[in-house]
Design a protein around this ligand. Sequence first.
Ligand code: PBG
Length: 323
Amino acid sequence: MRRPRRLRTTPAMRRLVRETHVHPAQLVLPVFVREGLEAPREIESLPGVRQHTLDSLAGVIDEAAAAGIGGVMLFAIPEVRDATGTAACAADGILNLAIARAAEASAGRLVVMADLCLDEFTDHGHCGVLAADGSVDNDATLEVYAQMALAQARAGAEVLGLSGMMDGQTAAVRAALDAEGLIDVSILAYSAKYASAAYGPFRDAVESELVGDRKAYQMDPANRREGLVESTLDEAEGADIVMVKPALPYLDVLADVAAASAVPVAAYHVSGEYSQIEAAAERGWIDRRVAHLEAVTSIVRAGADIVLTYAAVEAATWLKEDM
Ligand code: PBG
């Protein structure tokens, strides 16, 4: 009789035949830095995750590097917001200061990435600048993204995470970087980014001022083929890495993109995905460690080379324990 269970009999046998191995170097930790904070502050809807000060950021980088993870993705919350997100492009804007601080603390031990989007910096909370009719003006936003890219690159970001879902953003940022000789700065394009309910806790984390939604620029959760349209465009525009986001509800899209892509593929296990595990674990309904490792493993199994997760540092520790 054919007995597939033979290969499940012992831990050593299961390890021998395992198809998917996740390595800490594949994991990226999103980190929040808040201007004007005196000490790190807990984010209620993201248990275990904090808003950091520039000083506590250095400690996070040390911890992440010691855990052997691949990188950090920086987000920042400014004290003052305006219609065009001025603080995003200022050399002394909080995100650019955080990039410089992280690059210094990392000293090459991990890759420093920065979120390139305006939603944390605008007083209306949208990812771009607005036209007179209140809609997000795609092409005017590209000009601001180009300036933001230069500021981030000059601050020391190695990878720019383009998360705004404006058409043509990858080409616009690549052209701006190249024109200034910033040829070694990479672009991680949030290619297939869906308008998801799972960004809820993140919006608390960045104190989002958004009223309404982002459905006119982020993708419709019902669309699978369009994920490939977006990732193909970003690759053609010069993306060095493409991403699918959120992760677990979009593993079909991730598998499509991974099959078609000639560049590395990332996936973002977003705040709401993380907090669902945390909330259930708090109630004793789910095993946190097993659930987080299952999530990361499934995302890699579906085709991701890189996984962004708020559990990156812990997951790296667990993975090493399991080795
Ligand atoms: C936009 C951005 C968002 C996230 C990452 N970049 C929020 C949004 O699109 O509303 C969400 C990440 C998460 O939920 O963990 N700058």
